[in-house]
Design a protein around this ligand. Sequence first.
Ligand code: KE4
Length: 428
Amino acid sequence: MTTSTSSTLFARAQESIPGGVNSPVRAFKSVGGTPLFMQRAKGAYLYDVDGNKYIDYIASWGPMILGHAYDPVVKAIQEYAAYSTSFGAPTELEIKMAELIKSMVPNVDLIRMVSSGTEACMSAIRVARGYTGRNKILKFEGCYHGHADSFLVKAGSGVATFNIQSVPGVTAGVSADTLTCAYNDLGAVQELAARHKGEIAAIIVEPVAGNMGCILPASGFIEGLRAICDAEGILLIFDEVMTGFRLAPGGAQEVLGVAADLVTYGKVIGAGMPVGAFGGKKEYMQVVAPLGSVYQAGTLSGNPIAMIAGYTLLSELKANPGIYKELEEKTSYLKHGLDNVLAAWGQPYVINQLGSMISIHFSEHPVIDFASASSANNARFSKYFHAMLNQGIYLPPSAFESWFLNNALNQADLDNTISATEESLSRL
Ligand code: KE4
């Protein structure tokens, strides 16, 4: 298996693009080696520029939940592109998209489209600050809400991958308004809420964390955040950029049975096109311009091509809720098979999984927060990543990322992944 074309392209890319990539985590820096340049993808499979085929467990970091180049989505994009790719004026399609989302998720009266998960999350905290008149937000170490300044304090995903303790360019003033504590540490949240009584506008949380690997909320954690927010007049923001429309039609709010005050979406909502969204009860969202004076805007917000792609995918998911059971069963089958081969191997490991989110941590201890994810043997993960890649299995190139299953994966793909893992273990 040659990857020489990828190597040539990567060298050329670095002449014109910082680090040769348009998003850091794609650069393979934490796992080492040269990133693969993709040519095309269909269903569960990626094909790189050297013609190598891979079983895909990134799914473009979540959006490709029904597999790549999903025919109804492709056809819809092809049709709508001919009507113009953007108007800069309202369209009925945006109303249909908003109404569809409201029919699938709880606790959303009003929703605003944006062009990324980052935009959705930064807008949501602005709404919370505008509504409450308070300045501070509380986030959790290792959670990632995009690259807006307020969030780059002890963030997850690429920030954790590259162990960037504080991001140059984020001012002390901004950082001072971002409180942090460990995920799953409700006592720490209570202590911060008491210490900063009346100052915290919002707690923003990944209700199931995916940017430290996959980390599940401890029993009572999310419910406890809800109670603290209710008691302290703090808005609870669920960052469902990853979990939204992936864990269930209603996302983590549906699965966990906890209502957020504001919720953000991305990834699946756009079917791979640039879409994010933030929404919530009218009481909160009515502060958003032009209804209110919390300003937020975007030239390509609600873009018709992005809308028809997302609308088509969400419609498929709504019409076929059995997809979620299939995804859960496939992920559980994979987890069971990985458990069998890893247990026989005899070295410490942990698998975290919920729905179609899963991650392996080479750790002797449960992985429940950023500290425990960081103390795992992540050098061993890097070797595992490459051993799998060399066998045609494309995992996220970081121990601080969740894997994402897509529903185009079949039994043979899962069995190949399990056997490739068994084959890899002797090299770890
Ligand atoms: P974007 O701005 O990348 O669309 O979304 C930011 C974001 C917000 N919230 C959560 C929970 C997220 O996971 C993300 C982005 N996820 C990363 C993967 N862990 C995107 C991949 C990348 O940075 O290239």
